[in-house]
Design a protein around this ligand. Structure first.
Ligand code: GLN
Length: 540
């Protein structure tokens, strides 16, 4: 099957944010891939920040990091988990990047004296980047961030309108995701918000081809008919997207509603029916009521589970690999800074303890107390990035005669800077994009737990941090039983630490959660859940 041109699917959102536009686009991508198409994705974010790297996790949720070191929107995580792709910086851009590029061009004189305007200069910059992301693909899914009606997203929608006209009507379609609320007092599903948001789209020259309605119950045929009539779409192209028990059921649910059939028809393509058996298996494994492990996550962004999106998913994938359910208990480390015994009580029935990544001093001592509990009570422990750094601090303090050991991030004058800044980082003043970011290689020691999990010596994982294990303490810690089992071959930086005398104690400087997928659970998460399951069954 050879396509001369990429076909474009623009996904817009109406009525409210947080309706799951990214997930819907990702699930559609999975369906199209299952039909044999080569699909890629692009997320356009309307905010002016150049990237989300400097944003507070409470506002933005997780920052997803790509192999090539871009700090991107968390929707890219959904895309990597649902599609068989590895995203790069080409798969996400912000208004900030667009304006930055346009202004640089203007300063260089590239516009030859023209008055630089939103149309055509900003819209052309957007279109160029959409085309760059489309290269070599059958389909490019383009998610327009924000909600229709926002001022910020207007240039994106205008660029999409122009581009769909440029490539011709069989080569681009618009899918609009809206919200159909059930009003309990009237006992009725309401279509008016959908009608209004489609009107807002029509005002800017976009007629949606398919309307996906987020609801808490199936839309009856008469409600679909009403939406079809008011919004100029065929009734078969009004799709119910009901709330799901597990997000991995979304491809199956949308397929049952006919979404991928309608997309294929609207784009005038002839492709095979999808093979969804792999997704059916994932749903089965996620929902089967067999064993369950309880993993305590001791972090500080616990009010907003969105900031640990990839981590949550990776732990669920670990469950899929072990045919068990993973119950996640979030514990706010800050609440236990001065009360290790209360923390101990909370952690008493944990089958595994995980300390995730994070920045800044708040909650650190609570995390260190959680590490201590895991080490002393011999509960499987997994430390990720800051979590690994906390494990090193705790071990140095407790077992290597380094009282007051710390990271220089939290105590610049510590007598034992077991975690510190690399020389190269010391002069860096900019906060944006200045960390160790993206994929780095790591050599694993044979026989280590990490090696057993991966089944190979050379691995590559993604990073997002400034501070590093201080090699001056490597020998001293090794003598006391904490071993560096993974090291970066080029920089000599410690990437993995383990405590062989403990049943399962692993800290990693990188973020393995970014690369875990439901169809390919990450080996370290699979091993951690396995160890937790063994602990629960009393076999460790
Ligand atoms: N704050 C730590 C650092 O910058 C850890 C970062 C993280 O956990 N992502 O090194």
């Amino acid at each position: 099957m050879v396509y001369k041109h990429t076909k474009f699917i623009f996904v817009t959102g109406g009525v409210a944010s947080s309706l799951g536009k990214g997930l819907t686009a990702a699930a559609l991508g999975a369906l199209l891939e299952a039909r044999g198409l080569n699909v890629s994705v692009l997320k356009m974010d309307p905010y002016i920040n150049v990237d989300p790297g400097t944003m507070n996790p409470f506002q933005h949720g997780e920052v997803f990091v790509t192999d090539d070191g871009a700090e991107t929107d968390l929707d890219l995580g959904h895309y990597e988990r649902f599609l068989d792709i590895t995203t790069t910086r080409k798969n996400n851009f912000t208004s900030g990047q667009i304006y930055d590029a346009v202004i640089k061009k203007e300063r260089r004189g590239d516009y030859l004296g023209a008055t630089v305007q939103v149309i055509p200069h900003v819209t052309n910059e957007i279109k160029d980047r959409i085309m760059a992301a489309a290269e070599g693909r059958d389909i490019l899914l383009v998610e327009v961030g924000g909600t229709v009606g926002d001022i910020e997203s207007l240039p994106f929608l205008e660029a999409a309108r122009q581009l769909s006209f440029d490539v011709g009507e069989d080569n681009a379609i618009f899918i609009h995701l809206t919200f159909v609320p059930f009003i309990a007092a009237a006992s009725e599903l309401k279509t008016k918000p959908t009608q209004h948001s489609v009107k807002a789209l029509l005002e800017i020259g976009i007629q949606p081809d398919i309307i996906v309605c987020r609801t808490d119950r199936p839309l009856p045929q008469d409600v679909k008919k009403k939406i079809a009539l008011f919004c100029n779409v065929r009734v078969g192209r009004v799709i119910t997207a009901e709330d799901q028990r597990t997000i991995y059921n979304l491809p199956l649910a949308l397929h049952a509603e006919g979404l991928d059939d309608q997309v294929i028809e609207a784009l005038k393509m002839w492709v095979k029916k999808p093979d969804l058996s792999a997704w059916e298996k994932v749903v089965h494994e996620t929902e089967r009521p067999s064993d369950e492990v309880r993993i305590a996550i001791v972090g500080k962004y616990t009010d907003l589970v969105e900031s640990y999106k990839s981590l949550n998913e990776a732990l669920k994938h670990g469950g899929i690999a072990n045919e068990c359910r993973v119950r996640l208990d979030y514990i706010d480390s800050e609440k236990f800074e001065d009360d290790a015994s209360a923390l101990g009580e909370l952690l008493a029935d944990a089958d595994g303890i995980l300390v995730p990544g994070g920045f800044g001093h708040r909650g650190i001592e609570g995390k260190i107390a959680a590490v201590r509990h895991a080490r002393e009570a011999r509960i499987p422990f997994f430390g990720i990035c800051l979590g690994m750094q906390c494990a090193v601090i705790e071990y140095a303090r407790a077992l290597a005669d380094c009282a007051r050991a710390n990271s220089t991030e939290f105590d610049a004058d510590t007598p034992h800077p077991v975690i510190h800044l690399m020389e190269a980082q010391k002069g860096v003043a900019d906060k944006g994009g200045s960390m160790r970011l993206g994929a780095y290689d790591c050599n694993l020691q044979p026989e280590s737990l990490a090696y057993q999990a991966y089944g190979k010596r050379l691995i590559s994982e993604r990073h997002r941090h400034r501070f590093e294990f201080n090699n001056a303490y490597r020998e001293r810690l090794a003598e006391r039983g904490m071993i560096a089992t993974g090291v970066n071959p080029d920089l000599g930086l410690v990437e993995v630490i383990e405590v062989p005398a403990h049943p399962w104690f692993v800290g990693v400087q990188f973020h393995p959660e970014y690369k875990s997928r439901p169809l390919a659970p990450h080996p370290l998460f699979a091993a951690f859940v396995r160890a937790s399951l063994d602990k629960k069954r009393g076999s460790r």
